[in-house]
Design a binder for this molecule. Structure first.
Ligand SMILES: Cc1cc2nc3c(=O)[nH]c(=O)nc-3n(C[C@H](O)[C@H](O)[C@H](O)COP(=O)(O)OP(=O)(O)OC[C@H]3O[C@@H](n4cnc5c(N)ncnc54)[C@H](O)[C@@H]3O)c2cc1C
Length: 494
């Protein structure tokens, strides 16, 4: 029977579990769905603990979105990683905890944040043990991602208000020793080598199309479709859904996070929501589904941070020294598509990602009046915003938005420039932050927050550490995927 005929005959799908499989084609202890960072980390821990592990990957190779990424991981605490310490930083666990809690937003998961803050430093050692190398170096300037093989950067809003008032700032973005951008492929190569060395049975071109449950609701296994045939896989110790998020499933985005459709650049690989749908099919609760990460890589150079953002009413709306994702989120909330970054001749520098991010010059002038006119803004709106900002900046203050003193300077040196940051024109990439509700152990929870026996999830299929676009910092998604993937793998192997 072909897969489609069999599916139709038995009535299962990603949204409907298979209840009475005709046979077991394969038996294993642990079945992991998806060979990205979360799936690889789960497989390494489960296999390392002695479980028989089978990893199913829908595509013909490993890596998923993790391999497309910058490979940067958010780590610290317990005094700091050797790289933080060498750069002169002492990173308290409590500071990491408080930052992560705040970055997680109103729906932060305190239990996950606590566990990660306590063990993040040890997670760095785990990555080293998997063969991931880090150069002992720190880039103090504000950048998006190293384009060298350097490691430590300020990858979030640590030094910016209001975060700096809650937690002692420390740089925590760790990028592996890989020359150029895109260290995610390097990270995945190292994790995949470990997966293979541990004897994990990896099946490519093998897509999970339904979960298999017993009459009591326990997850017994998974239906895997490969070369047009369905195989019924019994997983004695559990199934882990590590299949990424749902940003590529535009119907799901429309349903749960319609505001994200304003970002015309979903970033990811498969990310079709199948992992989340599979979990929901057996009663798993998806939470925080309206949250996502959206950004505009408008710096470096960091001198641009000395400029100010305005909307098309000429109003400023954010302290510009936060993470680029935070400034982008506030921009999206302005109820308009035209946003501008105002610079004078001392702060202006060509945006490093300008051509790629389509950040052009919207207007120039020898006076702010000229710029305002060229942008066709309401008369006096931009001019009064700049005048007020300059008046405060001259005193080293920003009473409206609390930009840190080090970034404050009156924008009074002509010529003046308005950078074009239009939402419908520029590159505002996005990915989702909602997913299955899980315990720190990876166990998937139902609506009553009770674990569904036999079902686990990690990475963007789950709702983990990063859950708030306004608080997201680079490195949080891979920190979450690798660390909580490990927890799920270890728990399943028990
Ligand atoms: C350009 C870019 C740069 C980024 N940079 C960073 C960064 O530096 N630091 C950071 O923390 N985050 C970064 N991110 C975000 C981060 O990469 C992802 O959020 C993270 O990698 C998700 O990991 P994952 O294991 O959950 O999913 P993935 O890595 O996507 O793995 C999921 C896997 O599951 C497979 N799959 C999907 N459905 C099925 C199915 N039904 N059956 C079988 N297999 C299936 C997929 O093919 C895929 O291989 C970046 C993202 C992008 C796009």
């Amino acid at each position: 029977m072909s897969a489609t005929t069999e599916t139709a005959a038995r009535g299962y799908s990603v949204t409907r579990p298979c209840r009475h499989p005709p046979r077991w084609d394969l038996e294993t202890d642990v079945a992991i769905i998806g060979f990205g960072a979360a799936g690889a980390s789960a497989a390494i821990e489960a296999a390392g603990a002695g479980a028989q592990v089978t990893l199913f990957e829908a595509t013909s190779g490993n890596g998923g979105t993790s391999a497309l990424s910058g490979g940067e991981i958010y780590m610290g605490g317990n005094g700091g990683t050797p790289i933080q310490i060498a750069a002169g930083f002492h990173d308290e666990t409590e500071a990491l905890y408080r930052y992560l809690l705040m970055a997680g937003g109103p729906n932060a998961d305190a239990a996950k944040v606590r566990l990660y803050a306590d063990l993040s430093r040890a997670h760095f050692d785990w990555l080293l043990a998997q063969g991931v190398e880090y150069k002992n170096s720190f880039i103090p300037q504000r950048i998006v991602e190293p384009d060298t093989d350097d490691c430590l950067i300020w990858s979030g809003s640590e030094e910016a208000w209001p975060f700096c008032e809650q937690a002692k700032p420390c740089p925590r973005g760790h990028t592996p020793k890989f020359m150029g951008m895109g260290a995610g492929r390097y990270l995945m190569d190292k994790l995949a080598a470990r997966v293979n060395a541990l004897g994990v049975d990896v099946r490519y071109d093998a897509r999970a199309v339904a979960l298999i449950t017993g009459d009591d609701g326990v997850v017994l296994g998974v239906v895997i479709r490969s070369a047009g045939q369905d195989a019924y896989v019994r997983a004695r110790k559990g199934v882990a859904l590590c299949a990424g998020g749902f940003v590529m499933n535009r119907a799901m985005v429309k349903q749960h996070a319609p505001w994200m459709l304003r970002s015309q650049h979903p970033i990811g690989t498969v990310d079709d929501g199948s992992g989340i749908l599979l979990g929901q099919s057996v009663g798993g609760q998806a939470i925080n589904m309206s949250e996502g990460f959206v950004t505009l890589p408008w710096y470096p150079p960091e001198s641009l941070i000395q400029g100010i953002f305005i909307n098309e009413r000429g109003q400023r709306y954010i302290n510009e020294d936060g993470y680029h994702g935070r400034t982008a989120h506030y921009g999206l909330r302005q109820g308009c598509t035209r946003l501008f970054s105002l610079q004078d001749s001392e702060t202006y520098g060509e945006p490093a990602f300008g051509p790629f991010a389509k950040i052009g010059i919207a207007a120039t002038g020898d006076t702010w009046e000229e710029v305002e006119k060229e942008l066709e803004l309401p008369a006096g709106a931009l001019v009064s915003t700049v005048a007020l900002y300059n008046q405060h900046a001259a005193r080293g203050e920003d009473p409206l938005f609390h930009k840190a003193r080090k970034w404050l300077k009156p924008l009074d040196q002509p010529p003046f420039v308005a950078l074009d940051c239009r939402i419908d024109v520029c590159f505002y990439p996005s990915f989702t932050l909602g997913g299955l509700d899980t315990l720190p152990t990876g166990e998937v929870l139902d609506a009553a927050r009770q674990p569904i026996p036999g079902l686990y999830a990690a990475g963007r299929t789950a709702c983990g550490l990063p859950r708030w676009g306004e608080g997201y910092s680079s490195g949080m998604s891979l920190a979450d995927a690798t660390f909580f993937g490990r927890q799920a793998g270890r728990r399943m192997a028990q």
